[in-house]
Ligand binder design. Structure first.
Ligand SMILES: [Zn+2]
Length: 256
């Protein structure tokens, strides 16, 4: 991943998307916002206990870094629902309201910039440079075991005619295999996925996502795993595993 900065706000980008000027994307950190501890400072999550005016200001700052594009948030529920965002959908005040409940969004509408809020869960971007479609997927462990990334690729293929072999994917900062500890994995994680347990009770969900994307038809060379663990870098990213009371950072992608 590459680190960029705009208006003194840092954000990460995937090298894999660098060659495509018609996609805008960024994974923001916890720096550059207005919120106070423990939400310091670029928290984009409402309903966590942070001051709502600060959250709104933080979302505005992110929109500003993304050429003032309209940001579309959803109410994330750790499910496997994939929402298609068309030109009518989403409130005009889309920066605050969202299209509804769901953990993945897909759009081919230019300007609609899809925003996912995370603190350890995987933000996964998909981009079809031929069909000009993007997706933003929130894949926590519950989403991972429901294969929400595979479902999202299927929506690109079925609704937009994307060829999976053309799709480029980026997996953003999230809980790494170093810190993804599941002491109750026998109850929580299906036995078919126990092969991703690499030592004692630690799982490699990055490898699972990579395999799910490959099973969906993406070539390995089209998949960039950022490889940054949010819990190991809790000074830079919000990490729920490090602090239960914390903010959410933003991962955004859209077509210019
Ligand atoms: Zn870690």
């Amino acid at each position: 991943m590459l680190i960029q900065e705009k208006n003194e706000i840092p954000f990460f980008q995937f090298s894999a998307f660098e060659a495509y000027p018609d996609v805008r994307h960024g994974i923001f950190t916890r720096s550059g916002g207005k919120s106070l501890s423990p939400f310091d400072s670029l928290n984009v999550g409402y309903g966590l206990g942070d001051n709502e005016d600060n959250v709104a200001a933080n979302r505005q700052r992110i929109a500003h870094c993304m050429d003032d594009a309209e940001l579309i948030f959803t109410r994330q529920v750790h499910g496997a629902e994939v929402l298609v965002i068309d030109s009518e959908e989403a409130d005009k005040d889309g920066i605050k309201a969202g299209p509804g409940m769901g953990d993945a969004m897909v759009t081919d509408v230019r300007g609609k910039t899809l925003a996912i809020q995370v603190a350890d869960c995987q933000p996964v971007f998909l981009f079809d440079p031929v069909g000009k479609v993007v997706a933003n997927v929130h894949s926590g462990w519950r989403g991972s075991i429901q294969n929400i990334v595979g479902r999202s690729v299927a929506v690109l293929a079925e609704r937009f005619g994307s060829l999976p072999g053309n799709i480029i994917a980026g997996v953003g900062p999230s809980l790494g295999p170093c810190c993804a500890e599941f002491v109750n994995y026998r109850r929580e994680i299906p036995e078919s996925l126990w092969g991703y347990k690499h030592r004692s009770v630690f799982f490699n969900f990055w490898a699972l996502t990579r395999d799910q994307l490959r099973d969906a038809g993406l070539p390995a060379s089209n998949i960039e795993i950022g490889g940054i663990c949010t819990k190991c870098h809790g000074d830079r990213f919000f990490s729920y595993r490090q602090n239960n009371l914390t903010g959410r950072f933003a991962a955004v992608i859209g077509l210019k």
